[in-house]
Design a protein around this ligand. Structure first.
Ligand code: SF4
Length: 160
């Protein structure tokens, strides 16, 4: 893979992070190594999967770890960094290891898809939740792309 490809994606992610109030790790070389891992995962598995986790099973079972993963925001709030350390906050401490909060089994990860279903009845439209940033959309179908974090349609789950 060309260094240029990783650099390009890094710059894209940097701009996207900036635009949406996120921060990438200030260590550019470290970020580029992670981004190179994401590109490799995309070549290998067809998804821009987390460079710090193993992709196993069907592609659909790994959508939760497409970067930025479903766990990033909770990690940022609790530890000041995502599991890999690609995204950080001002509370980031390079010496602190972030534990992996991803449920180990595919069955354990399904909770997101059903959370909240049926809590309110009589709505005219179903409510879809972006698993990356929590954006809610009440429409017949999930939006093609999350207007907030730009995650794809496949990252939405039925919420209500
Ligand atoms: S932990 Fe999540 S946000 Fe961080 S690099 Fe991996 S997939 Fe991306």
């Amino acid at each position: 893979m060309e260094k240029n490809t990783a650099e390009k994606l890094y710059l894209q992610m940097l701009a996207n992070a900036d635009e949406h109030g996120y921060k990438l790790n200030p260590d550019k070389e470290f970020c580029e190594r992670l981004v190179a891992g994401i590109i490799k995962n995309n070549e290998r598995y067809g998804i821009e999967a987390c460079p710090c986790r193993l992709v196993t099973g069907a592609k659909e079972e790994n959508l939760d770890i497409v970067c930025p993963c479903d766990y990033r925001d909770d990690d940022l709030a609790e530890y000041g960094a995502c599991f890999c350390g690609l995204y950080v906050t001002d509370q980031y401490n390079a010496k602190k290891q972030v534990p992996d909060r991803r449920p180990p089994s595919a069955a354990g990860r399904k909770h997101k898809a059903v959370a909240g279903t049926g809590a309110i009845s009589g709505l005219s439209y179903p409510v879809w939740r972006c698993n990356v940033c929590g954006y809610l959309s009440a429409m017949k179908n999930p939006p093609g792309m999350c207007p907030i974090c730009k995650a794809g349609k496949e990252r939405f789950a039925r919420f209500l």
